[in-house]
Ligand binder design. Structure first.
Ligand code: RNT
Ligand code: ZN
Length: 422
């Protein structure tokens, strides 16, 4: 479709929305202010650059598939992220894991990492005027091989991971200071038992204690915010996860930390959209890991499904945008990895746009009056409004390829760049 047609379709859409009292321009400008944190680990199946040929190992998470062209160096990963960002409208952020450090080819142990190992990422982000988020890496390491890190019964191992956590927070603080965007640092540990444990208590007490030691070092919230992420189960921790949802709910509330809600970390019929307003009644801010579970915590690429719509509706209807940090968390190695980023991020943005195009005040009035018939009727009416025309226009105004065109660009990149990687 050419520019004139996209604009014409938008004008018609604008009229339709305005007949319902919805201002499309306002929705568009609202969307342009939302930054999504793109997770670096979609680009190389959670491998990282600690050692050459590093791969995700342990940690109760798994990436499956072997699509050709995986980024094997920092430069390749950056090139791929740039390609993805080029195909996503708006200004976003990059979420780094500690194992994506730039160690100049010389192995550095996790408790020894410091800001200089992330200087090239800071330079990269500064050039693109984007913020960075951060994660200590508590997996893919010999000291995590038996499934325990911060809650390990061995004091030495615990201490090692505590030092890693502290090192990461200091790095994140510097990143936030240097870039002028607050870093959100997320703590997720895989700790847990495959089979039914005798003692559920001691590991949890040790985890709380280790976290307290890590968070003892005070950081200005302008530079860094800490989040903690719970989970129901993982591969190899099916019977017991030390850092469960309840554990971190209590931890975040008492220690004034952010809670990270990952869409894949609950029972299959449980949804995080319903949890957002519950936890925000008690916490100042939260982090989301938007993911797509398929029967389990499978980390499939985010698509525009009912739950994604519902998550965005909660954020917009609740007026929560300044209290919720939106991050993505999926890693599908069976499809083109750049396309995965683009599909997931564009879907996230589309759902936010759809939510911004709701007549929230009118709907709330209907609800308060008890007019549930009108509420239901209007919600159904909204579903067939031309929201795609507004999205196309948004992409056009952001100089980003249209829905029908971006995949071709990825294919070209695959032929030219990915297929030539050895
Ligand atoms: C694992 C958690 C965690 C990881 C990343 C790589 O179950 O979701 O967020 O996916 O840290
Ligand atoms: Zn997650």
């Amino acid at each position: 479709m050419n520019t004139a047609k996209i604009e014409k379709a938008y004008e018609l859409a604008k009229e339709k929305y305005s007949a319902l009292g919805i201002n499309t321009q306002k929705a568009i400008s609202g969307l342009s202010k939302i930054a999504i944190s793109l997770h670096c680990w979609q680009g190389d199946d959670v491998g990282g650059f600690e050692k050459t040929g590093a791969e995700l190992s342990g940690g109760g998470i798994q990436s499956t598939g072997n699509y050709p062209g995986k980024a094997k160096t920092i430069d390749q990963l950056r090139q791929d992220i740039d390609k993805a960002l080029e195909l996503i409208p708006g200004r976003h952020r990059l979420n780094l894991h500690a194992c994506y450090l730039d160690n100049g080819g010389k192995f550095v142990e996790r408790d020894q990492i410091n800001i200089k190992h992330f200087q090239s990422w800071i330079d990269w982000a500064r050039q693109r005027k984007i913020g960075l988020d951060f994660n200590p890496t508590f997996f893919s390491h010999s000291k995590a091989d038996d499934g325990f890190t911060l809650s390990h019964s061995d004091k030495g191992i615990r201490e090692f991971w505590i030092q890693h956590g502290i090192a990461c927070r200091k790095i994140a603080e510097q990143i936030g200071k240097k870039l002028g965007y607050t870093t959100v640092t997320n703590f997720w540990v895989p700790d847990g038992y495959k089979d039914i444990p005798i003692d559920r208590k001691a590991p949890r007490e040790r985890l709380a204690d280790s976290l307290d030691k890590i968070f003892k070092y005070k950081i200005n919230p302008k530079y860094n915010l800490d989040a903690v992420e719970g989970k129901l189960f993982g591969i190899g921790s099916e019977s017991y996860v030390v850092g469960s949802h309840e554990f971190y709910m209590g931890y975040a509330a008492t220690r004034k930390k952010l809670l990270c809600l990952d869409a894949g970390h609950f029972h299959p019929t449980e949804v995080i959209s319903d949890k957002i307003s519950s936890v925000l009644t008690f916490l100042d801010e939260i982090l989301l890991h938007v993911s797509r579970p398929v029967r389990w915590d499978s980390d499939h690429v985010v698509i525009l499904n009912d739950e994604l719509y519902a998550i965005s509706q909660e954020l917009i209807r609740g007026g929560y945008l300044d209290r919720v940090h939106i991050g993505l968390d999926f890693f599908d190695a069976s499809i083109n990895r750049i396309a995965a980023w683009v599909i997931g991020t564009r879907s996230m943005l589309k759902s936010l746009l759809a939510a911004l195009l709701e007549p929230i005040t009118v709907l709330k009035q209907m609800e308060v009056k008890g007019d549930y018939t009108k509420r239901l009727a209007l919600l159904e009416t909204l579903k067939t409004l031309p929201f795609g025309a507004v999205w196309d226009y948004y992409c056009l105004k952001n100089d980003v390829l249209q829905e029908t065109d971006w995949m071709q660009e990825v294919q070209k990149y695959e032929l030219k760049v990915l297929n030539n990687r050895i």
